[in-house]
Ligand binder design. Structure first.
Ligand code: NAP
Length: 479
């Protein structure tokens, strides 16, 4: 069976198809999925443009009801969707089910947002004039998503887009089409009119490029790597008309551990932040910045917990760390393992490829110590379960090292000092700051996003999502 694209209200064949392979067991071919062409994008944009006038003027109640139905179905089927996700992406079953549940919650939040739209009435500076500030949908939005959150990221882009009355052309990552297909199917059956949501699976170099250059797309929201983000941003700004953009990209997130930290809290947060989801999270804490007084106790305790983590098949309930997503990411992880050692860091524990019953892309979490802030393993996003410990004298040096990065997504600190916690929250150069919590793991009703090389454009999620998915109109009326 080949799973089809969804264009202009119908399931449509692609030019080509891709085989979706389970990274926990490369003998397991999940299914084939259509790969779209530039012409498929053209048809999807045309359908979305045709649907926009009616959809953007539909009642908030109608949009609410559709998103609410989809939310209920995703939550009811979270176990099944989570299993599909874990099978195609490789995160553990618990993580997959958790992500599917999160997608349902996001849909539910934005169902509510449909009913919370409103405007402002402002007295004019001129007599006899009234001013009204309102928001409208942007038009047709192109959504391009990465492989590491195959259902949550699509949900947190599609839901606000629809809530604000936009029509959507959605391109998921080529590695994880199944979750995207399931989400589309649920939304369509929830009652979306023809053309409002179009799914065009396929390659970034074909489907994604056409979306970026297409004159019928008004805005592009992208999540993925910095290099792709830069290319897409340049294309969107260079296209006619210029497109509104929102780019969520990489991270090299610091987690500071101070001498006064509760050791258990620090180890738990570092273990989760650095290694869970196989380190494949933009918010992963791959830089552990540790003051001298607690350094040796911290690395000893963390390495004990890390080496006890069970690496295995994502669908095995006992597994704590699933495989990395594909051969290319495995090669990257192995290269950085070599690079760290050749640059002079000490591989304190872990690394390498453990034996597992099924053939997959398995990599054991690795902990480097004696890392300097200028080493490649401390500067570049690896996107695997590899953490670097940088030893520092005191809080001031820790903060300076934490901010010594091109990225600025999330930053964390373990401390029992109110003074240092408050200072870090204020001065960490990141979009999200965590005190005594892992750098990864966020709420869905508050803004998500970063600074510096990590993000460009308005925040995602929560009520702040309206900044991207709506446009402001200022109306003047003479009384
Ligand atoms: P990626 O390689 O940049 O791909 C992201 C998406 O862009 C995919 O759908 C990809 O298509 C598409 N694409 C590739 N080239 C394109 C082009 N020329 N034009 C238009 N679209 C194109 O990133 P990834 O490997 O999937 O994801 C990992 C990255 O995402 C990491 O850097 C991670 O930090 C980042 N990330 C950031 C956040 C955040 O919120 N800040 C969240 C999650 C992940 P294909 O299907 O062909 O690859």
């Amino acid at each position: 069976m080949v799973y089809k694209n969804f264009i202009a209200g119908s399931w449509a064949d692609g030019n080509d198809a891709t085989r979706n392979i389970n990274p926990s067991d490369t003998n397991d071919v999940i299914a084939e999925f259509a790969r779209g062409s530039a012409e498929d994008v053209d048809r999807a944009v045309e359908a979305a443009r045709t649907a926009f006038p009616a959809w953007s003027r539909s009642t908030p109640q109608r949009r609410h009801d559709i998103l609410k139905r989809a939310s209920d179905e995703v939550i009811t089927r979270a176990d099944e969707l989570g299993r599909i996700l874990s099978r195609e992406e490789g995160k553990t079953l618990a993580e997959g089910i958790g992500e599917a549940t999160r997608a349902g919650q996001v849909l539910g939040f934005f169902a509510g947002e449909c009913l919370r739209t409103g405007g402002e009435s402002i007295p004019s500076v001129r007599p006899g004039v009234g001013v009204e500030v309102t928001r409208e949908g942007v038009g047709v939005v192109g959504l391009i998503t990465p492989w590491n959150f195959p259902i949550a990221i699509p949900a947190w882009k599609i839901a606000p887009a629809l809530a604000w009355g936009n029509c959507v052309v959605f391109k998921p990552a080529d590695l994880v089409p199944h979750s995207a297909w399931m989400l589309t199917d649920i939304l369509v059956r929830a009652g979306l009119p023809e053309g409002v949501l179009n799914l065009v699976m396929g390659r970034g170099s074909v489907v994604g490029e056409r979306m970026v250059s297409h004159p019928g797309i008004d805005a592009v929201s992208f999540t993925g790597s910095v290099s792709t983000g830069r290319r897409i941003a340049a294309g969107c700004v260079g296209s006619q008309p210029m497109k509104k953009i929102q780019m969520e990209m990489g991270g090299k997130n610091p987690f500071v551990v101070l001498d006064d930290a509760d050791l258990d809290v620090a180890v738990e947060a570092a273990l989760n932040g650095a290694f869970y989801s196989t380190g494949q999270r933009c918010t992963a804490s791959s830089r552990l910045i540790v003051t001298e007084g607690i350094h040796d106790r911290f690395i000893e305790a963390l390495s004990q917990r890390m080496t006890a983590l069970r690496v295995g098949n994502a669908l095995d309930e006992a597994t704590q760390i699933g495989p990395v997503v594909d051969q290319s990411q495995l090669d990257t992880d192995l290269e950085y393992l070599e690079r760290g050692q050749s640059d002079g860091a000490h591989l304190f524990a872990g690394g390498g490829q453990p034996r597992v019953n099924t053939p997959g892309y398995y990599f054991a979490p690795a902990l480097f110590t004696e890392v300097k802030s200028d080493m490649a393993i401390a500067r570049e996003e690896i996107f695997g379960p590899i953490a670097s410990v940088i030893r520092v004298r005191d809080y001031d040096e820790a903060l300076a090292v934490a901010n010594d990065t091109d990225f600025g997504l999330s930053a964390g600190i373990a401390t029992t000092s109110l003074k240092h916690a408050a200072d870090f929250r204020r001065n960490a150069e990141a979009g999200m700051v965590m005190v005594n919590l892992p750098t990864a793991g966020v709420d869905y009703h508050v803004p998500f996003g970063g600074r510096k090389g990590s993000s460009y454009g308005p925040r995602e999620q929560g009520a702040y999502a309206r900044e991207f998915y709506s446009t402001v109109k200022t109306g003047y009326t003479a009384h």
